[in-house]
Write a protein that binds this ligand. Sequence first.
Ligand code: SF4
Length: 740
Amino acid sequence: MSEQAQETVHFRACNLCEAICGLQIRTRGDKVVSVKGDPDDPLSRGHICPKAVALQDLHEDPDRLRRPQKRVGERWVEVDWNTALDEVADRLAGIHRAHGANSVAAYLGNPSVHNWGIMTHSSAFLGALKTRSRYSATSVDQLPHQLVAYWLYGHQLLLPVPDIDRSRYILMVGANPMASNGSLWTVPDFRKRLKALQGRGGKLVLVDPRRTETAEVADEHHFIRPGADAAVLLAMLQTILGEGLARPGRLRDLVVDLDAVGARIRPFTPERAEAVSGIAAAEIRRVAREFAAADAAAAYGRMGVSTQAFGTLCQWALAMLNIVTGNLDREGGVMFPLPAMDLIKGAGSKPGHYAAWTSRVRGLPEFGGELPVAALAEEILTPGEGQVRALVTIAGNPVLSTPNGRQLEQALASLDFMVAVDCYRNETTRFADYILPPTSALEHDHYDIVFHHFAVRNTARYSPAVFDKPRGALHDWEIFDQLGRRLRARLQPHARQPMVRRLGARLRDELMSRLPPHRMLDHSLRSGPYGKRSAHKLTLSRLRQAPSGIDLGALQPALPGRLFTRDKQIHGLNEAITGELTRYDGVLAEQQAQASSGDALWLIGRRHVRSNNSWMHNARRLVKGKPRQQLFMHPDDLAARGLADGQRVRVSSRVGSVDVEVQATEDIMRRVVSLPHGWGHHRPGVQQRVAAAQAGESVNDLTDDRALDALSGNAALNGIAVTVEPVPAADGEADVPAAA
Ligand code: SF4
């Protein structure tokens, strides 16, 4: 047999980001030969980004852990799975018994939602802990989206997405899909889809403090002062309602209090917004009128507007813009996808709940059973009943991805016990007592459970494993199954219940936990919207016969049927939003004073298409070339401080300082500086061979655990006040650029 003949083509959905692109992966033996886009995938249509090759790099990475690791003093030693799982269960159960359930905390990182084994099986394990000390990357990201969806539509996952393939106008705020490939908006090949929209005579208007990669392809870009988005969005809403441009159409009967919304937002004029945002009042009015007049328009905002002090108000204003113009649930507007495995209407649906309890130290509200992660460090460091003494992290690196990472490091060092389910010894997991590494993405099958809920087209695709599971390895779901069983046995949570109920609950947990993910998928597909009661008759077996996936059609209007509110209506205002509008009215005056005085700079983050948060910088093909971790700063701001392009500067905030190289660019608004997130790999004890020149500094050594969106508790990572000055010569750093 020739070498060529031994090649096998595998069809797979990429699980590295939210775009879930279809891939064709060629292998020979146990080696990947190539990774290409799958032109027959009905959603991604052949598109991939440079990160796709990282699936190979991550699989082959010699630094990726393959066996359980135990920390013994300063050393790490390999142990067998049974020893590791028994000891972890013993330690967690011991702390749980001695100090109460809430003394054991859990944190789930962003890759958790891209991994179906974690999605299907971590809940049973976490349920065995019965802790209220649960945290995740949600509260440094999209919590305001979910809170607004819960309040308006009754379910935290009912997030309408721009129907870009039929839209004629997109108003985009604080989002960069050219770098992210879409977020809470699964839109593979955004560029081609945008070109088609523009070809139909449509338009993209972008509002962002930086002239981003998306600004390059937009029809208009407006600089905005970080943190002023709520003022601009409310002013647009005020213009539309005040000038009688609202045309909610059939939504008028669905939305209970449109008139009350109009009265509440009257004080938020475009003139006030201009004073804090830097966008002229006339431009705010013009864009608002254009948006209201467009045939099919969508307002969308992402990280830039969620991770700021009024993130929930921003998301509420965006939702109301879509509602008052009749663009919610309308072709070309924003629509609700209908996935084949439906977490919204399916069994075990979790609509959400808000402020059912609060954090122990600062009194921050829970949402959907999770507390804001900005409170995690203080919950570990503050003594008293309920103090967190043990931590489980799952696919997470909160030292680099949550605010005030240095404080969290101190907290992690003080824990009695920590276990990480993770494939790397990273900046966070180096504090663990145990690291339990699952198989690589190519060694297990996959179905994207989450991101079909936010996709621009309804499709389904099952991905068999590319390689067999190595001997002695465990998949994520097997780790959770085995840990959960051990914990349940030790904690005996049903001890006080009657014998029959006790055994019944135990049996159910055990059986569910032992079911592999693909069995759960098959059950969900059969009982889902395209299952046995539909014309599609979708089953796992049908998906296996369509390796590039199955097209389930364009998005369809779904209201009021899909609403989860009790009365099947949308309540535009509630007490919390009304109170926040009143508070923001007062804060605007303060923002105006800040905007026009002093020399404070506002820090924002940024991302790059070749980077994925904190965890893929070991993929050499992605990080090679010129370092990308510079601080972006406007030339006028450099000149005002006597600084030069390329110089090393010290950036300082309330919580800390980092020294970085500065890069002059007119692509950023004056008085705004930008550092990319996810870097800072120079910490000791990390087993990742990121080159020193590419280690970068962590933007979260500057972000502030005290800076939050008050309503949701989401971290306000953007709009942090900082100073920038030369690195003092006494610190041994050159204070002029090498080339100067
Ligand atoms: S855009 Fe996202 S899903 Fe598509 S190839 Fe790149 S990383 Fe993978």
